[in-house]
Design a protein around this ligand. Structure first.
Ligand code: CMP
Length: 140
């Protein structure tokens, strides 16, 4: 099994409800290590750049408004099969379809306010990590 890195973001709906620690506990309990982390608030430009792949989607403007509405906690996670492992712990994008015990099943409010983001491939993880962190802020 490969040791991978992935980008996780705790979203504004979760920081607003003080769920940061509970979410990190689920990630760490699954064997993922937090090797970079910060609490920040995105500008509109940062959110648009991060989600550029979705710019033609009908939910794009709402998504950018939501992701800039409050603090977020981007973090780099490292571990065996970290990309798939993080997505397993997060659960399906739509919390109504997320497996019991996953972050989204327990904490998400709806398909947009779904508490966490996770990269969907090793290649996208590298690009998303580079958008959020400098190399010297990642300490494995
Ligand atoms: P995320 O994994 O961060 O990737 C894109 C985000 O768009 C997604 O989580 C949701 O927060 C948001 N979103 C809103 N509506 C939809 C939708 N219909 N399908 C997929 N993602 C959506």
């Amino acid at each position: 099994m490969a040791i991978e890195r992935t980008l996780s973001i705790i979203k504004p709906d979760a920081t607003a409800r003080n769920l940061t620690g509970k979410i990190i506990d689920k990630l760490e309990s699954a064997g993922l290590r937090v090797i970079a982390q910060k609490r920040t608030r995105w500008t509109r430009e940062q959110a648009e750049a991060f989600y550029a792949v979705h710019q033609e989607r009908p939910f794009f403007n709402d998504l950018v408004a939501f992701m800039t509405s409050g603090p977020i906690v981007p973090q780099v996670l490292e571990g065996e099969n970290a990309v798939a492992k993080n997505r397993e712990v997060m659960g399906a994008t739509n919390p109504a379809e997320a497996d019991t015990g996953t972050i989204r099943a327990e904490f998400a409010e709806n398909i947009e306010r779904n508490s966490v983001h996770g990269s969907d491939s090793v290649e996208n993880a590298a690009a998303e990590i580079a958008l959020c962190f400098n190399d010297e802020d990642i300490v494995g």
